[in-house]
Design a protein around this ligand. Structure first.
Ligand code: SF4
Length: 254
């Protein structure tokens, strides 16, 4: 996303639309050589940043920049190490572990999550062994569950789900207690790099386009009849749109 446009968006978010900026929809934010400029803008507007990345581009970044405000949390998605071993060398994992050491050394308060999807646990024995040895975990089988590895550093298992609404229609009503169907537009919304506003990060292709932040104010987009209808359906435990009725992520929410 163009940095001028990014600041235009952040300045609007800072006016009461949110507090946390997740620097991704799909893709790896560490691929940006000028990531620190984006972080500087987030800091300037008193917001905090969450970063999810693969670890592949960690060596291109200054560790210090990633371990202090405005960054609040950095998550490494380890699934690619197992899913795509050819594209992910052992040295990338080493780099992540060095990053964890550096965090401890500089007394960073940033949360670090080493994330792995549940369906990859069985295929990840060597990876888990290396992580366990590094953090002094006696038995790598302890990493079959979420585990605190160090101060503010965690091993986290995430549930696998069908990306981008490819599951068969499950229900347009999915109420559990008073929980909404989904937190899209209630606690989160997304902005694609082309400015299209979407309700969540699942919608990475803009199938549920709510407006264009290049030509409309964010508040007006989020207050549009379409956005309001989606949100009020969710609050009643229902899904208005077919994409949401088929969404695999909703199962994970439960
Ligand atoms: S139900 Fe799925 S597709 Fe719809 S807003 Fe929620 S996460 Fe996004």
């Amino acid at each position: 996303m163009d940095i001028g446009f990014f600041e235009h968006i952040i300045s609007q978010i800072a006016q009461g639309l949110g507090k946390l900026v997740f620097l991704h929809i799909l893709g790896d934010p560490l691929v940006l050589k000028n990531l620190s400029s984006y972080l500087k803008i987030i800091k300037q507007y008193n917001l905090r940043a969450h970063i999810v990345n693969s670890g592949k581009f960690l060596h291109t970044q200054d560790f210090h920049t990633l371990l202090f405000a405005p960054v609040r949390e950095i998550a490494f998605s380890l699934s690619a190490f197992v899913d795509n071993p050819r594209g992910f060398r052992d040295s990338y994992l080493q780099e992540i572990l060095e990053f964890c050491s550096f965090s401890r050394k500089v007394k960073s308060e940033v949360f670090i999550h080493l994330r792995l999807q549940d369906y990859l646990l069985d295929a990840s024995a060597p990876l888990l062994k290396e992580i366990a040895e590094f953090f002094g975990v006696a038995d790598s089988r302890a990493l079959r569950e979420n585990l605190r590895l160090d101060y503010k550093t965690f091993f986290t298992i995430t549930k696998h789900y069908e990306w981008n609404a490819k599951s068969p229609v499950q229900s347009n009503q999915f109420r559990l207690g008073k929980k909404p169907y989904c937190y899209g537009l209630i606690k989160q919304f997304g902005i694609l790099s082309n400015g299209v506003v979407v309700p969540c990060c699942i919608d990475c292709f803009g199938e549920i386009a709510l407006g264009d932040a290049h030509i409309q104010e964010l508040r007006a987009i989020l207050d549009s009849p379409k956005a309001r209808s989606i949100k009020s359906y969710f609050k009643e435990g229902k899904a208005l749109l077919p994409q949401c009725q088929k969404c695999g992520y909703v199962k994970v929410l439960r």
